[in-house]
Design a protein. Structure first.
Length: 374
């Protein structure tokens, strides 16, 4: 077994010694080589490869420093994003976990002298939220991934749509309650004076235990009661008759309110609008400038709709295929007499003929199966 063999005692001992972190003063960042002791580091500095690397670095030192700084920043932020997400964490905890990897970029090779300077720089650049406490600096990663932002916007749209539906339902119920209170007639008792022309005449009251007083009973007691008492009895009969008639009118009102609710629900279904409008095989115009002047204000055909808000479009002039969000697209209105498709509302998905366009009111008249809508 030779001295330089992989399984020789010397090779195994060297691998055991090189495990884990070594002293930083015996590490050469330019050559990315870790030495175990001072003698090894001295021999490395006198080597030809190290001298050649120093000559390359002396020609453009700023380029090497920018490269190491960018690598350090990217690796640090990647670890922060994957390990801690958007949680608030102490910067020293993240740094200790970062330097536990042997092949990491050392901070003394970057443009930042200390971890505090690097943390402040992250806050100034808007990459993280930083705040200083008596225990030190805390950082919180800001996730600006386009997919994450799109997912958050979609959740906010759904939440807003649910809130709008709840508000509409609450307003509708409030209107129905207000109408019911306005139509309700409050019965108030009518008080009359009890006058007696002859003081010697006795006044007798016949109080029935039943719920209602009949007209025959009132006529029998008319000879016993005085004129004022007779008025009181007649008033009670009239009130009960009016209460009976008002009960019938309430039943009618309840029926009409139910019919009105059903009509409003049908109207709501017919005129309901959604926050997505993409349909296959329609012509759209690209309005975003992020793709450059080559595609800005150019027309395309929607070939496929993904997740209701994203479309795969094919350019009409060049034939290129792009994947865009509906916020980056705009509908194209043809000339009057051409065929169009309704993209939102109660007639969503129906095709028709464009009859006229009103530019002042931003509206158009469309004929769908001999039915004119506006």
């Amino acid at each position: 077994m030779g001295k330089s063999d992989f399984l020789s005692p010397k090779a195994i001992a060297n691998r055991i010694k090189s495990k884990g972190l070594q002293k930083l003063r015996w590490y050469c960042q330019m050559c990315q080589k870790q030495c175990r002791d001072e003698n090894g580091f001295k021999c490395h500095c006198m080597s030809e490869s190290h001298q050649r690397q120093l000559l390359l670095a002396s020609e453009n030192p700023q380029q090497f420093m920018d490269y190491f700084s960018e690598e350090f920043r990217n690796d640090f932020l990647e670890l922060l994003r994957r390990r801690f997400g958007t949680k608030r964490v102490h910067n020293n905890i993240v740094y200790n976990e970062y330097i536990s990897h042997r092949e990491h970029i050392h901070m003394n090779a970057t443009q930042w002298e200390t971890l505090t300077d690097f943390t402040k720089w992250l806050g100034r650049e808007g990459l993280c939220k930083v705040d200083e406490t008596p225990k030190g600096w805390y950082i919180q990663y800001i996730d600006r991934d386009p997919e994450t932002i799109r997912r958050q916007q979609e959740q906010e749209r759904k939440k807003k749509q649910d809130l709008d539906d709840e508000e509409k339902t609450a307003k509708f119920i409030e209107q129905q309650v207000r109408r019911g209170l306005e139509g309700k007639e409050l019965e108030q008792p009518v008080y009359t004076e009890l006058n007696r022309e002859n003081e010697e005449e006795k006044v007798a009251f016949n109080l029935n235990k039943g719920a209602s007083t009949s007209i025959a009973a009132s006529s029998k007691t008319s000879s016993v009661l005085g004129p004022s008492a007779l008025k009181m009895v007649e008033g009670a009969v009239k009130r009960k008759e009016s209460a009976h008639s008002s009960g019938q009118s309430k039943e009618k009102k309840k029926k009409s309110a139910l019919d009105e609710i059903m009509e409003l629900e049908e109207e709501k279904k017919r005129t309901s609008r959604r926050d997505y409008w993409l349909q296959p095989e329609i012509i759209v115009k690209i309005v975003t400038k992020k793709l450059g002047e080559k595609y800005h204000k150019k027309k395309a055909v929607v070939k496929e709709v993904i997740d209701k808000y994203t479309a795969v479009v094919k350019m009409i002039d060049s034939g290129d295929k792009l994947k865009l969000d509906q916020t980056h697209l705009e509908t194209v209105i043809p000339a009057p007499g051409k065929k169009v498709m309704v993209l939102n509302g109660g007639y969503r998905g129906n095709e028709g003929i464009l009859e006229s366009i009103n530019e002042k009111r931003f509206s158009a008249t469309i004929i769908i199966d001999s039915v004119s809508i506006k």
